[in-house]
Design a protein around this ligand. Structure first.
Ligand code: NAD
Length: 282
């Protein structure tokens, strides 16, 4: 059982919007916060559309859809971010995450759980920069959050047993499968999967194979999505940033060197589905 009643999700992008939907669907009073009003409006629209699809499929009633939407407060005002648990899914920059948590720690009580959805930043470094580091935890959802079952729960040497228990209980109430993992570069999935992306891009870099063929072959061999389609879904900037952080954190081994193909995409603003162009056009 969880004592958590209210969840504030910071960041209304790809992940934040999905996590806010999951939280509200699981019955939590939810606050969806982003500094950018356009992103807040987009999140409201996309959550409503996601729920409407479930109504069409007969998995929700129209009343339930309305109830879930009513449980979410959409805001651009950080002062409204008061909750039992805060899950941040803002840009993948350590300083930004720390500064947001510091601001929110000042207006919340000392037991409010501060959960980061970072893909690659050391949760320990975030915890150490905050008051009451025992309530800081990693809560790593996968994309798209409403569909993907797995959530990595990352503990630091400072995380309290209560924080971990509560976070596991919240994750289960969200109908997700929590997997506990100690703080380590890339956690489990992003570390192991790095080669899936990097080796595929090496083929393209050396002009030994093309994007479409590699995706098709990987899908034929059993993967749900080929590496290039998946990078477009994740967001090129996010995936490139994870590659850099994991590579640096492990002492820059050559096997994990980030790809120039991906760097060029990021520099060109071709970030994948969210910008309409990545390895594919949308
Ligand atoms: N994209 C993925 O597949 C994926 C998967 C797991 C985890 N993550 C992690 O989730 C986080 C968000 O990724 P995303 O893909 O949703 O990014 P995104 O670019 O889609 O969204 C980020 C949002 O954060 C907002 N933002 C930036 N600074 C803010 C601040 N200080 N306060 C409030 N809002 C702020 C932006 O306006 C934007 O709407 C990152 O830490 C990323 O590593 C991403």
């Amino acid at each position: 059982m969880t004592n958590t009643k209210t969840i504030c999700v910071c960041g209304a992008g790809t992940m934040g919007s999905g996590i806010a939907q999951v939280a509200a669907q699981a019955g939590f009073q939810t606050i969806q916060f982003d500094l950018n009003p356009e992103m807040v409006a987009k999140s409201k629209q996309s959550i409503n559309a996601g729920l409407a699809k479930l109504v069409e499929k007969g998995r929700l009633t129209a009343d339930e859809q309305a109830g879930i939407m009513n449980r979410i407060l959409f805001t651009t005002d950080a002062k409204e971010c008061k909750a039992d648990m805060i899950i941040e899914a803002i840009i993948e920059k350590k300083e930004a995450k720390i500064s947001l948590f510091q601001e929110l720690a000042a207006i919340n009580n000392s037991e409010t759980i501060l959960a980061t959805n970072t893909s690659s930043i050391a949760v320990t470094e975030i915890a150490e920069a905050l008051p009451n580091p025992e309530r800081v935890v990693g809560m790593h959802f996968f994309n798209p959050a409403p569909l993907m079952k797995l959530v990595e729960i990352i503990s630091t040497h400072k995380s309290s047993a209560t924080t971990i228990e509560q976070t596991m209980a919240v994750t289960k109430q969200m109908q997700k499968t929590p997997v506990l993992c100690k703080d380590a570069p890339g956690f489990i999935v992003n570390r192991v999967a790095r080669h899936f992306y990097l080796e595929a891009m090496r083929f393209v870099e050396k002009e030994q194979a093309v994007v479409e063929d590699i995706d098709q072959l990987m899908e034929a061999s059993g993967f749900k999505m080929g590496p290039f389609k998946l990078m477009d879904l994740i967001g090129m900037d996010i995936n490139y940033s994870v590659s850099n952080i994991v590579w640096e954190a492990l002492g820059k081994p050559s096997r994990l060197t980030p790809s120039s193909v991906q760097r060029e995409k990021v520099e060109a603003g071709e970030l994948g589905r969210k910008t309409g162009k990545g390895f594919y056009s949308y």
